[in-house]
Design a protein around this ligand. Structure first.
Ligand SMILES: [Fe+2]
Length: 127
């Protein structure tokens, strides 16, 4: 089982160099707090907040996943160079159908050099 880096690791870290490293790898789930049952709901996942992640041939973000609790809803894959070999804060929009019950969304991201990273949970009330 790989180690999973989590958002709480950033809050505990006070060294600037380490904050940079943690920030650029952290996926963030960005969406409304409420969704309408049976309607299409947009969920954005953004990598990092202040610091962009490299897009080098041997070091890039290869996978971003969207989860609802233990269920994988969607996944996207990137090749190196997809962002022109420029550091960036990758964003991807997922469109899902809001289910019958409220959601607890999270995102996972894979860096080819630094492993598996997990966002904070995002609660979405379905009305
Ligand atoms: Fe990395």
């Amino acid at each position: 089982m790989p180690r999973v880096f989590k958002a709480t690791d950033i809050e505990r870290e006070e060294k600037e160099v380490k904050r940079d490293y943690l920030d650029r790898h952290m996926p963030h789930v960005i969406c409304d707090d409420r969704a309408k049952k049976g309607e299409i709901f947009r969920v954005k996942v953004r990598m990092g907040d202040e610091y962009p992640h490299p897009d080098d041939h041997d070091h890039y973000i290869s996978t971003i996943q969207l989860w609802n609790r233990e269920t994988l809803l969607a996944e996207t894959k990137y090749s190196s160079g997809a962002y022109g070999n420029h550091p960036s804060n990758i964003e991807v929009d997922f469109y899902i159908m809001a289910p019958e019950v409220s959601m607890n969304l999270s995102a996972m991201a894979v860096c080819t050099k630094h492993g598996l990273w997990q966002s904070e949970d995002k609660q979405v009330k379905v009305v």
